[in-house]
Design a protein around this ligand. Structure first.
Ligand code: GLN
Length: 196
């Protein structure tokens, strides 16, 4: 079987960590900076970083329209943290004029854990995963509303939603790529193979 060709949006953020996990899982990785790069891939990972910066750079590089079109065309995508924000149809706490690519029928609140709890690690039960998944949260967003088209994959105590899926789209508030955790990336690659 030929290796799936997947992109990591490489404008800002933890691009390398995602590329390393995807390569370790047998994928061919393209770093996506321009529309021509996006045209080469069968799926796209949106990394953690600063969603407002990635949003601006995507417009500078003319990638915002092509990414929106790819979402609409059903390209599998996985967003972590800032990447989840970028895939959300609605956000709160965005910086002035901040936009998203959209696709996930959810509302995401940026920096939802406040200054005192900037980052933490925990074990999460995830719908479909065989064992609890270690999850690292860094200035993480929360999913504050889940529309009828999206569904919840994981929540913190108190029902705070931190992982969602909708069709070929997947989003997590946390960073599995920082724990050597591969369940989400494998799920993403399964979707890429199924769509190809
Ligand atoms: N706080 C960042 C944002 O709003 C996300 C942080 C992260 O990706 N680790 O974009």
């Amino acid at each position: 079987m030929t290796a799936p060709v997947v992109g990591v949006l490489a404008l800002q953020g933890d691009v390398r960590e995602h590329a390393a996990v995807l390569r370790a899982l047998g994928a061919e990785v393209v770093l996506v900076r321009r529309p021509a790069d996006l045209a080469l891939v069968q799926g796209l990972v949106l990394p953690g970083g600063e969603s407002s910066v990635i949003d601006k750079l995507s417009r500078t590089f003319g990638l915002d329209g092509p990414i929106r079109a790819a979402v609409r065309a059903g390209m599998p995508m996985y967003g972590t943290c800032a990447g989840l924000i970028l895939l959300a149809d609605r956000i709160t706490g965005g910086s002035d004029g901040q936009r998203t690519f959209g696709g996930l029928d959810v509302t995401v609140a940026r920096n939802a854990f406040g200054a005192q709890v900037e980052s933490f690690e925990t074990l999460l039960e995830v719908d479909g995963a065989p064992a609890p998944v270690p999850a690292t949260f860094i200035r993480a967003p929360l999913v504050t509303d889940v529309g009828s088209r999206a569904h919840v994959l994981a929540a913190l105590p108190g029902g705070r939603v931190v992982a969602v899926a909708q069709g070929a789209l997947l989003g997590t508030s946390f960073h599995p790529e920082m724990n050597g955790e591969t369940w989400f990336h494998r799920r993403f690659l399964d979707q890429v193979r199924a769509a190809a």
